[in-house]
Every structure is written in C-alpha cells, then in structure tokens.
Ligand binder design. Structure first.
Ligand code: ZN
Length: 287
C-alpha cells in the first residue's frame, strides 16, 4: 500500500509534468472504485488547466483553474502514471480505469493513467472552498511534516486516548494524518518508545521530552523516506516511472529476530500483532 512518502513523491513527480497542462480528453472506463467516480467527472475536467498537484494525508489532490479539486487515493494497489508517448491508440490494460489526456504549451500530449487492479482507490471531486469540509478530509489530524504537528498538540490529543497503545494512536488518522504501519514502527524505534505503551502517558508532564522526540522521529523517518524516493513494498510505479528504494533502509520493519540497529543496544527485534497488524520493535531500548 502506498504510504505518505510515496504519495508525496508521486505528487511532486506529477506536479513537474502536469502543472500548466490543459485537460483535453477524459476516458472513464470503470466507475466502481472504493467510491464511485462521479458521473460528471469527465465533463468537470475537460478544458480546464491543472494548477497544482498536492497532498493531504495519503490523498492526492489535483487543483484546476476553475476551483475544482480532484481527490484521489491509491488504495491498496493503485498506480498513477504518466505516458508521454507518440500516442498510438489508447492502451487497453483491464485495470486502467481512468485515462486523462493533457496538452501543454509545446502541444505535446500526455496521458495520466489511473490503474488499480483491486479497486480500493478512488477519484472524486470537490471544490477548493469545500475541501476542508469534505467527508474524506474533514476529520484528518495535522500533517506530520507541517507546522501544526507539534509535541504540545500531540500530547493534548493523546491525553484523550489514555489507554490506547501508542502505536494504535499514531495510526489513528485524526491524531496525525497519513501515517501507516511501516513508518509508525520506524518512528517509534527512533524515538525509543514502546508501541505498547499507553498513549496517554505521553501527555504527562514528565514525558514532555518523549513527545518532542516522537514528533522529531516521525518527521525524520518521513524525510528520509522522501529522500530515498519512497518505498516499493508493492508493485507500483512513481510518476516518472522510477522505483524508490527506501525498503532497504528500514531499521525494524520486517526485521524480526535481527539485532537492534541502535548502536550499543543488545536487543533483538520482536514482531507482535497489534489490532491485526504486525508491529516490529526492540523491547530493550523502546520503553
Ligand atoms: Zn534496541
């Protein structure tokens, strides 16, 4: 499943090739994704210029010149990629559900293809004015790489979840937006905090440094992943067709029974299951 760094990487890639492009044609081949593609999808897009490609949590956002915003999500298996071919007939992969043709100043036509074999992804419409109140976005917590994600705010939010395990709290999208299983495991290891610790304990006065360390760790792990171009746990292609390599850099994720990578720690990485998901951590240095 594409995680936040992958989605951010895709957004940056798409921004580079789509900003300023005008939408010429839209082919919707299948509407029944996780949410149905609206009936007026093609009509709302055609003729408009793409101003910005950006991200909120793991949602891709495409802002058009008339204030329309396309909200996209890659679900489990979705890919969004750009073809700049000497355009033969439209490709006909069974899972290419949406094809958007654009043209820029150079008159060169591009195709943006949304491919999703398992169809847990989505493409819906909003307007820029209503975006914050959209059903999919309104309850999201702060962006982990944004200025609103602070130790004080995190502590205040966790105070309301006294008994939830810290890992579960961080996966809760209303606490912080867009964090998935892998990066939560990695951030907790960096912050030397146990995934099983009661989340509310981070709101205690004595834990002020812990909360600050956790915020720094979340940011650091995401920044490192962005630098590496996103991970590639599944078959998935970035906007420019390049494949990222962050999976080689995981410190604890999927490393059960390996030595803890923290220098001086003699622990062994353990795998436990929390709420049906694998957690990897070092029981010696994460407390
Ligand atoms: Zn350790």
């Amino acid at each position: 499943m594409p995680e936040l760094p992958e989605v951010e990487t895709i957004c940056r890639g798409l921004m580079g090739v789509l900003a300023g492009q005008r939408i010429l044609r839209v082919a919707v081949r299948r509407r029944d994704l996780r949410l149905p593609i609206p009936a007026n999808f093609a009509k709302k897009l055609i003729g408009h210029t793409i101003c910005r490609v950006w991200r909120r949590a793991k949602y891709l956002l495409l802002s058009l010149d008339d204030g329309t915003v396309v909200i996209g999500h890659l679900g489990m298996s979705g890919r969004l990629y750009v073809q700049t071919p000497a355009l033969p007939a439209l490709s006909a992969s069974a899972h290419d559900h949406v094809v958007i043709e654009t043209v820029g100043a150079s008159d060169k036509i591009q195709r943006v293809i949304f491919n999703d074999p398992r169809r847990f992804g989505l493409l819906v419409l909003s307007s820029a004015d209503a975006l914050d109140k959209h059903d999919l976005l309104r309850d999201l917590g702060p962006e982990p790489l944004g200025t609103d994600f602070t130790a004080e705010r995190l502590a205040a939010t966790l105070r309301g979840r006294p008994r939830a395990p810290l890992k579960a709290a961080l996966l809760d999208q209303t606490v912080v937006a867009g964090l998935g299983n892998i990066y939560v495991c990695e951030a907790l290891h960096r912050a030397r905090l146990s995934p099983e610790r009661a989340a509310g304990t981070l709101a205690e006065k004595a834990a002020k440094a812990d909360a600050a360390r956790l915020v720094r760790a979340v940011r650091a792990v995401l920044r490192d992943a962005l630098r590496a171009g996103g991970s590639t746990l599944r078959d998935y292609i970035q906007a420019d067709g390049e494949v990222g390599s962050f999976q080689n850099h995981f410190r604890v994720y999927d490393r059960a029974l390996e030595r803890c990578p923290r220098s001086g720690c003699r622990g062994v990485i353990q795998r436990v299951v929390q709420a049906g998901r694998s957690t990897y951590f070092c029981p010696l240095c994460q407390v």
